[in-house]
Each structure stands twice: as C-alpha cells, then as structure tokens.
Write a protein that binds this ligand. Structure first.
Ligand code: 6PG
Length: 264
C-alpha cells in the first residue's frame, strides 16, 4: 500500500479548484497512456464542489469524456432522481454538462422497491463485469477514487464501528448510518484499495480532528479514513483549517506551507 502525501491549500474554494485541476490533469495523463480512464466519485459538499470546478475549468475539454468510466464510492439508497442521491448532485455539478458515454456511467442502484442488499449485489456484479486483473479480478482498476471525509473519520459510507468496515465483499448495504439518510450502499475497503490512486479531500475545521486521527502514527483501526489507501498513491488534499492538527511529517512539498517531508 502507498504511503500518504498531504497537500494543503489556503482555503476551501482554492482546494476545490486545485483538486479539479489535479483531476483533469490526471485523467488526461491516464488517457494519453492507456486510451481510457476511470474515476470513482464521492458524495458530500467538498466532493461535489470539486466536480463543479471541473465543469467550470477552461481545461475540462482536455479530458476525452467519451473514454471515461464513472463509478460511485457510495450512494444514499433513495428513489431515482431523489435530490439527496449522490448521483443527482454529481450529475448536476458536472456529469450532465460533459459528453460522457452513457454506457460508461455506472450509478449505484436507486431504491425501486428492492432491498438495499440486493442493490449492493447488483452493483458488485456490475463491477465484476468490468473487472481487470489489477483490480484483483473482482472490480475494475480505478485510476482515481475520490473520498470525502466525515467528522467521525468515515469515508464513503464506511462509518466507525459498523460491520461494513470489515466486510470483505466488494459492495455492501449500510443500515442505520449515523449520517442521514440511514440506508446506503458503499464500496468496501478492499474495493477502495484496488484503486491506483485514492484522494481524500476535506475542508473545514470540523474535519481537523478526523484528519489528525487518520494521519497519526497510531491511527486506530476504527478510523475508516486511515485505512483508505491507493495501490500507487494516497493523497490527502486539505484546506489549512482541516490540516491544522496534523503533524508536518505528512506534508508533501508545499511551498506555501514551507514544509516538506520529501527528499529532493
Ligand atoms: C455521502 C458521502 C460522504 C461524504 C462525507 C463528507 O454520501 O455523504 O459519500 O462520505 O463524502 O460525509 O461530506 P462533506 O464533504 O459534505 O463534509
């Protein structure tokens, strides 16, 4: 598993713009090398603001949207089109403004009357149908997997102390989630860890303690964010207030912060 690099930006608006620029560049580079790319989207305010900045970026058309596979890291199990679904917010922020190939957009199932557990199995089957050897044969090898960070250290819909955190299946249903709505679908840690790059994006002082815990040397196993690692790279992309409580040892070279742990 990759070590963690932390990049800190002045404030939340700049963080969103910087992560959007980073995402566009990463997708362009992957497509240049492999002819296609895949991204896993997150819900939540910060993740959605990143997508909105991608939509507004003058560089957005550098991405070949027709050759991009879009997956979701988690979803609120609500009826189709519900305003609180991550699919709804991500489509409004970006997806409906770019020329994606609809066959390459894979939203998690909406609540159409089936049990959430059946929906989770259906998404696992969709992942398996697109599986690549690098993804362990069960799931695709995602190029970039975006995660927001909860104040309790959750990522996707993996909440501290809940069974999903240690489930080995690819996708599971979550009931009684502490963050409403209570019924959700989520990728599990084994699936998250198949991603080449995992980016945890967080802003605001409410995330400082979760970041400190997750990035601490003795990160308790019960901090889901501490266990979200990419195969090649794990990036924590924070604004200054969310980074206020973490050790400088984790900072990547960050001229603005004047600290670096990397050897040049
Ligand atoms: C969700 C998200 C969740 C979110 C974090 C951070 O469905 O709610 O997937 O994991 O990313 O709770 O949310 P904010 O960025 O809004 O704080």
């Amino acid at each position: 598993m990759s070590s963690v690099a932390v990049v800190v930006h002045r404030d939340a608006p700049l963080l969103a713009r910087a992560v959007a620029a980073r995402l566009i560049t990463r997708l362009v580079d992957v497509q240049a090398e492999y002819g296609e790319a895949s991204v896993v989207l997150t819900g939540g305010g910060v993740g959605t603001s990143v997508l909105a900045e991608v939509a507004h970026s003058p560089a957005r058309e550098a991405v070949d949207w027709q050759r991009l596979d879009v997956w979701w890291g988690d979803e609120r199990y609500l009826p189709p089109g519900h305003e609180e679904r991550n699919e709804t917010s991500t489509r409004a922020a970006l997806l409906d403004t770019v020329a994606l190939d609809p066959d390459r957009v894979h939203p998690m199932p909406a609540d159409d009357g089936a049990e959430a557990e059946q929906a989770a199995e259906a998404y696992a089957a969709a992942l398996h149908a697109a599986a690549r050897p690098e993804g362990g044969g069960r799931v695709p090898a995602f190029d970039v997997l975006l995660l927001g960070l909860g104040e309790d250290g959750h990522v996707a819909s993996l909440f501290p102390g809940m069974p999903a955190l240690d489930d080995e299946r690819a996708v599971v249903a979550v009931r009684d989630a502490p963050k409403p709505p209570p019924i959700r679908l989520t990728l599990t840690l084994p699936t998250i860890r198949t991603a080449r790059e995992v980016w945890v994006v967080a802003a605001g002082e409410g995330k400082a303690e979760a970041a400190r815990l997750a990035l601490g040397d003795a990160a308790p196993a019960q901090v889901p964010a501490a266990r979200a690692r990419g195969r090649d790279r794990t990036l924590w992309l924070l604004d200054r207030v969310a980074a206020a409580a973490i050790e400088t040892a984790h900072f990547a070279s960050q001229p603005m912060m004047g600290r670096s742990s990397g050897k040049r």
